[in-house]
Design a protein around this ligand. Structure first.
Ligand SMILES: Cc1cc2nc3c(=O)[nH]c(=O)nc-3n(C[C@H](O)[C@H](O)[C@H](O)COP(=O)(O)OP(=O)(O)OC[C@H]3O[C@@H](n4cnc5c(N)ncnc54)[C@H](O)[C@@H]3O)c2cc1C
Length: 394
């Protein structure tokens, strides 16, 4: 039996940032990841950092801290995470009123600016101006999310953390408070620790359920096309101004009953047509989000790829037929009443098991949130974590 102060489950952006911050505090930490090639939501994400989008005091604080942290993160982790600023272009469809859409962003820390479609296509020459009524724009942060998670892992290991490939099957909470006997059962061995933090992204719900713990965390099946490096140049990050994904998440977080019936059928699916080009010239074209309560369900990749290409053709025609392959991952989201992620321990059931998940759009805030989390579990007062964890504990 291997014993640690902390076991971190999942090596996406959440788990790698948390593992690194915990080891920096002097804890002995093991990071367990089941997937040797890190095929997760972090890997397939666009890498956008929406610092401008904060709407509350706590999200403003996290976004400001996040921006400051990202400026120094390549240096601190000693690896290039490709942090930069670019123009975000939020497309407004022909049948929508641009002013009404712009008003829906009025509460953001930096509200995006309304552009005519001529201005939008000047900013992004690949855009099909006939498909839009107008667009919004704002400066957006950007990283390479795969490189960022890898940079965290390497810095974590250099600082003495241990990473192991293991699939966690079940968590066994400590028998007595103050004992160091929380058990984590994997397919090959059992680990023991003082505390566990579950950062399993879209699989968090399934893992907790297998351990007899139920919390309001859900997931979508996300699908994209990834291209190899290509010559065509996309200048901006393009996304719809009215994200259907957010409506889908709000709707299905109210329907607890469907999540408890693990059907493998697609109950609902939307497509938010968007694209981003990475510094190596590769593109991610997305994004389908599906509600299928069975995390292991298979979707029809050929049909999805057709749908993705048709939708991209309408908005960015030159990208629609590029060579590329279809990919799938799970993205977690939390209950509609909580616009913030689920961060905290599980009261009454498992005080030694923490959850750091439920992020549907977390890249801007995860580095600073992980730092707050590590402060908080080191018995330091932390207002941010207090605010994030308290509504769910009532
Ligand atoms: C196409 C797309 C575009 C996106 N764009 C953006 C964006 O621009 N900005 C933004 O902020 N967000 C974006 N997101 C969302 C963001 O990428 C995710 O919310 C985020 O990466 C989730 O990180 P995570 O660490 O919580 O989960 P993940 O990255 O999914 O990592 C979870 C890890 O846990 C592991 N795991 C699960 N169960 C177990 C187990 N039982 N045992 C061991 N390991 C386990 C998994 O293998 C996985 O590696 C996007 C997502 C997608 C799909």
């Amino acid at each position: 039996m291997k014993t640690y102060d902390w076991i971190v489950i999942g090596a996406g952006i959440a788990g790698t940032a948390v593992a690194y911050e915990l080891v920096k505090k002097g804890f002995s930490v093991v990071l367990l990841e089941q997937n040797p090639s890190f095929e997760n939501a972090t890997r397939y994400s666009y890498g956008g950092l929406a610092f401008w989008s904060a709407t509350t005091a706590v999200t403003r604080q996290l976004c400001e801290e996040g921006m400051a942290r990202y400026r120094l993160l390549s240096q601190e982790l000693d690896a290039d995470i490709e942090f930069r600023q670019l123009d975000l272009l939020l497309t407004i469809p022909r049948d929508s009123d641009p002013k009404t859409v712009a008003t829906s962003y009025a509460g953001c820390a930096v509200p995006p600016k309304l552009l005519t479609r001529e201005e939008a296509s000047e900013m992004e020459p690949l855009l099909n101006r006939e498909a839009i009524a107008a667009a919004l724009t704002v400066k957006h942060g950007h990283i390479n999310p795969k490189k960022t998670a890898q940079a965290y892992i390497q810095a974590f290991q250099r600082a003495g953390g241990r990473m192991e490939q293991a699939q966690v099957l079940k968590l066994h909470p400590a028998q007595r408070a103050t004992s160091r006997d929380t058990k984590v059962e994997t397919t090959t061995t059992t680990y023991s620790s003082g505390k566990v933090v579950v950062c399993a992204g879209g699989l968090t719900r399934q893992l907790l359920q297998a351990s007899g713990i139920s919390i309001p965390l859900y997931f979508t099946h996300a699908e994209i096309i990834e291209t190899p490096p290509v010559d065509v140049r996309l200048r901006t990050l393009v996304m719809p101004a009215c994200l259907q994904r957010l409506q889908l998440e709000a709707e299905f977080s109210k329907l607890e009953e469907i999540w408890n019936k693990p059907t493998a059928e697609s109950i609902a699916a939307i497509l938010d047509a968007g694209a981003i080009q990475f510094q190596d010239g590769s593109l991610r074209l997305g994004q389908i989000s599906r509600i299928i309560p069975d995390a292991g369900a298979k979707v029809d990749s050929l049909q999805s790829e057709r749908w993705l290409r048709q939708s991209i053709a309408a908005i960015l025609p030159q990208l629609a037929n590029l060579p590329g392959s279809w990919h799938h991952c799970l993205v977690a989201f939390s209950h509609k009443d909580f616009c913030l992620p689920f961060v905290g321990s599980i009261p009454f059931l498992a005080e030694d098991i923490y959850v750091f998940s439920g992020f549907s759009n977390p890249l801007a805030i995860v580095p600073s949130l992980a730092e707050h989390f590590a402060n908080w579990v080191s018995n330091q007062e932390d207002e941010v974590i207090k605010q994030l964890s308290s509504p769910r504990q009532q």
